[in-house]
Design a binder for this molecule. Sequence first.
Ligand code: C2O
Ligand code: CU
Ligand code: CU
Length: 473
Amino acid sequence: SRAGTLTAQASRFQVLAGADTEVWHYAAEHEGRRLANPLLRARRGEAIDLQLHNRLTEVTTVHWHGLALDEANDGSGLHPLPAGAHQRIRYTVRDRAGLYWYHAHPHHRTGRQLQMGLAGLLMVEDEEELALRERLGLAWGERDLPLMLADKQVDAGNAITYKDCADDWIGNRMLVNWTPEPYLDVVPGLYRFRIANVCNARMLRPAFVHDGQPLPMQLLGVDGGLLAQPWPMDDLFLAPAQRVDVLVDFGGIAAGEHVMLRSLDYAAMENEDESGAFAGDPIADHPGAVPMGGALDIMQLRVQAGDGVPLHRAFDALPARLAELPALPDTAGWPVRDLRLRMDSEGRWFINDWNFNDTGHEPVFSVRRGSREIWELRNAMTSMPHPIHLHGFPFRVLSRAISPPDVRGRAVAEGGRGPQDMGYCDTVVVWPGEVVRIAIDFSQPFTGTQRYMLHCHNLEHEDMGMMLTFAVT
Ligand code: C2O
Ligand code: CU
Ligand code: CU
């Protein structure tokens, strides 16, 4: 089993040139080294045993985003840890290999605490993943790299700023693994990137651009690990909380040339309200920030000369079959639960008639353990794209309907599903007007009543109540 301590605390770090920045983070110690927001690694089946200390001056939690845990260890806002207190966290990692993450989740404070930095990555590994790694021959940490993308709104004194009850907290600095203006020296060969969008609210559209053209990528995995087969893509949509596992080939690019990992522009579809009644002023609150949907450079890749070893291993090195992914279940006869995403006339976000600030922690419905359901997520036309996240149960996307053209155009399978819909997900984007059906299997090895959350992972929407609690009994 893996044992250790995570301490939520505030520290000052040299993040940006000039003055130190106050960062809230999970501190850990490993082999005598002090680490902030460490990248955690676990084997599937491994037992985790952690102490969480809260040395902040307010409540916090650590939520294991994407893992199928019991309520007590899930770390949602149902069990906030008071300032000064500590708590033991014990669970077994049962999930498929993939890139998961951990972050704070106290209701009303999640947006602030993530903007201040309380988030890190968790890499789960299993035999299948290690076999693929072996086959690709890309060394973890060299040619196989995690990229945690987070935008921060930073003022002239290098302080991270945040305003409670703001709308869409987008930032003027894009950090990759906490590095500003990041670049990576790459050899002209194949690279594997595990990319996580840890922004509060900014949806990204990543592409690797060379000479003004996106380099072809192969999508290997999503939130819940490997897909059955790789899918070629030029760019993808990565909403807050989502992760992708992609392969890019820099082979054939001359030494000295650059590739830019860029978020391409897209139609943000922020059609939430014809009257324009916004909770915050997106321009005044975010000086210097690229508006939502605007093109944004993320990281530069500087191609170096190869060192003589044959590096150009094109995508045909990829196995046709990546993983044993269960087929999409036959959902005939499964009950359908309707969940409508909408805003009321006062600008509050709702799921059906529920806003978490009214319903509180009380479950608004319950589901039988072991049952299977289709949840139909239906977004209003006057709305925004909402990345909807389910705790406790990885799900499969069954279908998309009434999708915007740029989503429809990505379909590769029946039901309008795109490549990113082809695996296990924990967060799914529902665009304005769209109807997305997901299949959920509520089997789990726990007993008694376990409560979980469903919410928008735009953290400002979540904190303003676009969240609900449901029970599994
Ligand atoms: Cu990543 Cu309920 O959260
Ligand atoms: Cu979660
Ligand atoms: Cu939302």
